[in-house]
Ligand binder design. Sequence first.
Ligand code: KG4
Ligand code: ZN
Length: 343
Amino acid sequence: MMSLEFPDKIVLAIESSCDDTSAAVIKGNKILANIIANQEVHAKYGGVVPELASREHQKNIVPVVHAALKEAGLEMKDLDGIAFTQGPGLMGSLMVGASFAKSLALSLDLPLYGVHHMHAHILAHFIDDAGVKLPEFPFLCLTVSGGHTQIVKVEGPSKLTILGNTLDDAAGEAFDKSAKLLGLPYPGGPLIDKYAEQGDPRAFSFSISDLDEFNFSFSGFKTSVLRLLQKEMKADDQFIEKNRDDLCASIRFTIVGALIKQFKKAARNEGITQLAIAGGVSANSLLRKELQLLCSKNAWDCFIPKFSYCTDNAAMIGMTGMFQLMEGKKVEFSAKASARLPF
Ligand code: KG4
Ligand code: ZN
């Protein structure tokens, strides 16, 4: 196994795969700056509008990079490499970050690191944050975001194998689509989580697919939420307002239950005793609680990212770029961003 001695090198990282423009500076595995510009424009459309996202990235990228360098107290000449999100994501958005990173690397004569966004969510666990315990290889990671739901076996920084996947919607989509049915604004995941805290998780029961192996399916669940709402709203058009917290608690309970069930099965099957979560949905308070419970019951080690590393950020891109620097894996300047970059 590669020794986990992080070098005294500095990488500037850029993330622009979806609707957040972010730049980070990392030295070894310590974050010197992690700046994120959120795009508010999408909220009124109920989802990310790709065309607007790339335009916002174009506006934000220069100020965000400058702010990151300033916060790190560094200049361009102090950098040892440039990392960027190569994919997957929205093509127009990815291209803004990729072109910027390439021109910067070219003009500064620095190596360029093309990072897989989903690897980065997982490898964020190696960021040294006030001496937190880092995972050791191998560990299992449940990566849950707006576009992905995966159980990944991580045997090394570039040896990641998908054991389970969603067959349709991602866990984040299941949250967001349910939230939309309840009339909540996008992204609805955090709101469902918030209202769920005051609700009864057993007030309503929703069906969810129970799949073999370690896969997931959320489309039937979404239909089950829709059916219940349609039926109840016919009898009382105030039903959602009156039951908001209980509906949110029941939705969250059902989604998290399905995630934990498959994750536990995979851990038992692989005999792996270090479990991590990553991605936007790993900010969910019930998922965090349930994973801790599962691990403490089984005397397994549990790795839960701090909130700022759950949703999209460039710090995780920098961490993955640093691993590539350590492994000597730079990409050519001709490397293309890819909306469907293979895992
Ligand atoms: O990883 P991420 O920031 O973006 C990508 O999809 O790559 O994940 C965003 C997703 C959204 O679906 C959002 O609703 C969900 O993460 N999310 C949550 C919570 N915070 C963010 N879902 C449930 N509970 C939360 N607290
Ligand atoms: Zn993400």
